[in-house]
Design a protein around this ligand. Structure first.
Ligand code: GDP
Length: 141
């Protein structure tokens, strides 16, 4: 059975542009509940570890640079089938290909600076939630 929590990050482009409130409102309107949230600026080591799966990709250095360029807002969100529901809500990686009404269609600048992260599997959702939030902060699961 699919899990009911997932991990999102409002990325530095959207956070820095003052879009965090609008994005949170959109996600709440779509039925997500916030179970944990914080505002932080990732270190190079943290961003590198979080995106380690992309280490061999040509955009890795640019991705780490972007994700450390300013504050971001990680959150654990709850909803039935949370991972697939949030992937639907954020839209395609490239905003040019994102469906109308999705977070990336509304707020992303480009394929790299694309406003928001969302876990791509239940396993990664759990791992990524633990990456940002301590055991003592768990309001979910
Ligand atoms: P996601 O799951 O939709 O976020 O996409 P991926 O897992 O494929 O990529 C992770 C993140 O790497 C994306 O959200 C982008 O921020 C970045 N990224 C992916 N492809 C590119 C690219 O071609 N160029 C750049 N600069 N960044 C990219």
């Amino acid at each position: 059975m699919a899990g009911n929590t997932t991990l999102t990050i409002i990325k530095p482009d959207a956070f820095g542009a003052g879009k965090a409130g609008k994005i949170v409102a959109l996600l709440e309107e779509k039925g997500f509940t916030i179970k944990a949230a914080r505002v932080m600026q990732l270190t190079k080591a943290q961003a590198g570890e979080f995106y380690a799966i992309h280490r061999e990709r040509p955009f890795y250095a640019e991705l780490v640079q972007f994700m450390t360029s300013g504050p971001c807002m990680p959150m654990v969100l709850e909803k039935a089938s949370a991972v697939s529901a949030l992937r639907d809500a954020i839209g395609a990686t490239d905003p040019a290909e994102a469906a109308a009404g999705t977070v990336r269609k509304l707020y992303a600048e480009s394929k790299g600076r694309n406003a928001i992260h969302a876990s791509d599997s239940d396993e990664n959702a759990q791992r990524e939630a633990r990456f940002f939030f301590a055991e003592t902060e768990l309001l979910w699961g």
